[in-house]
Each structure stands twice: as structure tokens, then as C-alpha cells.
Design a protein around this ligand. Structure first.
Ligand code: CP
Ligand code: NVA
Length: 347
């Protein structure tokens, strides 16, 4: 099995090979690989909080370039030729599974879906053993887990890069796709007012991370007892003090959406919390994103949801399918953002 040092060298070779492809005048060079090389990228993509604003901005810029390249030329350069992504899932998925798979294929690589029944992460086999075995077969691992510690353990034991495809704590790939969607709509994230209405869950944490890293004003409107975890708030305050972002947590959704450029919501009951469904369904109705609430925001407000949506609960049909909704471009941007994350990990 490769150790960490040889893995790093291997990553450099991949980039050099990609540069040779790009030096070929027959291949139009629109991807600024130099920029990727300048990024001080960590081995893994576990949390947006782990990365500098420069790295995060670099990933977003690259996502825009890769998306443009595919839309203009119908294909991407094969930057991940012969690379295989192992996708470990402890929970169901549509977007994460398909967008990662297609991202790898478009970049010349392949992806392997490993279902909860096959791996039995931490049950059939210890996480340390799974990580060390997988690292000898695949070039990068993406894991969707229940406990955040499990993805941290995978990253600790794996010699190949590990990507967090959602944990109970955060959902960083979603956060990057969300930022890409906002930047496409407004040209920037800085100084925008982003309001998350509902449960201060994993998706809210990653949105807070990216807003505080890149200078947006973040508001959470949540019922008491459903705030963003203290750890995420604390670290984000620190990021905000450097970027000029601000962070508010309030109870009143109407106050929260006043002058919002972005309204974001997500399910009231995340995967793994199913036994709390009955209680949550009683607490959250005042936090529904409906036409009345949207009308109280900026007139050009966009409405976001990571999906899957529970229509009639956290969001109404008329909002999800209405003129302010960016739900489907947002879902599609998962693939573009993840292409950039994958390529950056192989710098
Ligand atoms: N938004 C998201 O992660 O969707 P899936 O659960 O379908 O992957
Ligand atoms: N908060 C949701 C997001 C699903 C993509 C969950 O964890 O189930």
C-alpha cells in the first residue's frame, strides 16, 4: 500500500500529466491548473472549516471553469483519467451518489458504489481496517456516515484522500454547491444576506461555514433547541472576524428574512433522527418557507433547498416550483462543485 509520501508524489504526477494534456495545442486550455497548484489544499475534504478562504474560492473558480468547459465543448478534459472513487454510503442518496459518479466519469475516471450492507462500516469491520483496505484499491474515498467521527476516523487511517459526503455534523460538498449557485446568481457571496430557516442541522452548518469564510451575512431562524452546534458557531465567528461576515441566530422567521438575498431551508428531520419526527412536526410549522414568508424578503431573493424536500412541510409547492426557486440548478451544481473538489485533491 502507498504511504502518505508516495501518495503525495503520485498526486503531483497526476497534475503533471494533466498539464501535458493541456500543453497540447489541439486541446483548448481553459482550466487554470496553475491556480490549483498554488492552492494549499489539505489531503482530505472533511469540512469547509478546514480550508482557507483562498482554497475555497479557488475550488469555486475551478468549478465555474469546469462547468463552462463541459457546457461549451460537451466534455471535460480527462484530469482524473484512470482514477477510481470509492463511495461508501451508510445512508440513502440520490444527488450525492449520482453527481459524484458522473463527475468521475466526465473527468475520465470511474466510481464504485459501496452500499451500507456491503461495507458495514464499524460493524462488520472496523473503520481503521476498512480505510486501509480501500486505500489499496481506490484513489479517493467519499463517505456518507451517521457519526461525524466515522469520517474523521476514515481520514485518519486512509492513505488516499477522503471526502465527507454528509455526516450528522456537516455537509461540505453541499455547501460548496450552494456557494457556486449563489455566486452564479449574484456574482459573489461577499456582503450578501443569507438566511437559513428551520433546523440548525448539517446543511446549515456547512452553509454557515462557507458564508463566514467568504464574507456573507448569515442568519439562522430556528426554534429554541434547534440551533447550530456551539462548535460550528464558535469557529465561524472566528472566520467572520477575518472575512467581514456576520452571524445571527434568532427565533422569528419573519424578522430573519427581512432583506434576505437568499432563503434556505431543509428537512425538519434529518436522516438518523427519524424517532424524533413526531415532536419535530409539531415544533417547526412556523418555520415553513411559503409564499407569504418569501414576499417579506428582498424582491430578487432566491430560495434554496438541498433536497430531498418534504413538500408541504418545510417548503410549499408554490415556492419550490415558483419564480424565486433555484432548487434544480442548485442540485445540478453538486456535480460541478465536486469535480473541482476532486481535481483539487489530486494537485
Ligand atoms: N442533497 C443531498 O445530499 O441529496 P442526497 O441525500 O440525495 O444525496
Ligand atoms: N439534513 C438532511 C440533508 C439531506 C441531504 C439529512 O441529513 O438528512
Amino acid at each position: 500500500m502507498r504511504n502518505r509520501r508516495t501518495t503525495r508524489l503520485y498526486h503531483l504526477l497526476v497534475i503533471q500529466a494533466a498539464e501535458i494534456v493541456m500543453a497540447d495545442p489541439a486541446v483548448p486550455a481553459i482550466i487554470n491548473l496553475k491556480k490549483i497548484k498554488e492552492l494549499c489544499m489539505k489531503k482530505d475534504f472533511i469540512s469547509i472549516a478546514d480550508h482557507s478562504p483562498e482554497v475555497l474560492q479557488g475550488i469555486l473558480d475551478l468549478a465555474i471553469e469546469l462547468k463552462k468547459e463541459r457546457s461549451e465543448k460537451g466534455e471535460n478534459k480527462q484530469l482524473l483519467k484512470n482514477k477510481v472513487l470509492g463511495m461508501v454510503f451508510q445512508k440513502p442518496s440520490l444527488r450525492t451518489r449520482v453527481s459524484f459518479d458522473m463527475a468521475m466519469r466526465h473527468l475520465g475516471g470511474d466510481a464504485l458504489y459501496l452500499s451500507p450492507n456491503e461495507i458495514g462500516l464499524g460493524q462488520r469491520e472496523s473503520i481503521a481496517d476498512v480505510a486501509r483496505v480501500l486505500a489499496g484499491y481506490v484513489d479517493v474515498v467519499m463517505a456518507r456516515v451517521f457519526a461525524h467521527q466515522h469520517v474523521l476516523d476514515l481520514s485518519h487511517w486512509s492513505d488516499v484522500p477522503v471526502i465527507n459526503g454528509l455526516s450528522d455534523y456537516d455537509h461540505p460538498c453541499q455547501g460548496m454547491a450552494d456557494a457556486l449557485t449563489i455566486v452564479e446568481k449574484f456574482g459573489r457571496l461577499k456582503d450578501l444576506h443569507v438566511t437559513f430557516v428551520g433546523d440548525g442541522n448539517n446543511v446549515a452548518v456547512s452553509l454557515l461555514h462557507i458564508c463566514s469564510k467568504l464574507g456573507a451575512h448569515f442568519t439562522l431562524a430556528a426554534p429554541e433547541g434547534y440551533d447550530i452546534p456551539e462548535k460550528a458557531l464558535k469557529e465561524s465567528q472566528e472566520f467572520a472576524s477575518k472575512s467581514g461576515a456576520s452571524i445571527r441566530t434568532i427565533r422569528d422567521p419573519h424578522e430573519a428574512v427581512k432583506s434576505a438575498d437568499v432563503i434556505y431551508t431543509d428537512t425538519w428531520t434529518s436522516m438518523g433522527q427519524e424517532e424524533e419526527t413526531e415532536r419535530r412536526i409539531k415544533v417547526f410549522p412556523p418555520y415553513q418557507v411559503n409564499n407569504k414568508l418569501v414576499a417579506e424578503a428582498s424582491k430578487d431573493v432566491i430560495v434554496m433547498h438541498c433536497l430531498p424536500a418534504h413538500r408541504g412541510q418545510e417548503i410549499t409547492d408554490d415556492v419550490a416550483d415558483g419564480p424565486h426557486s433555484v432548487l434544480f440548478p442548485q442540485a445540478h451544481n453538486r456535480m460541478h462543485a465536486q469535480k473541482a473538489i476532486l481535481v483539487s485533491l489530486f494537485r
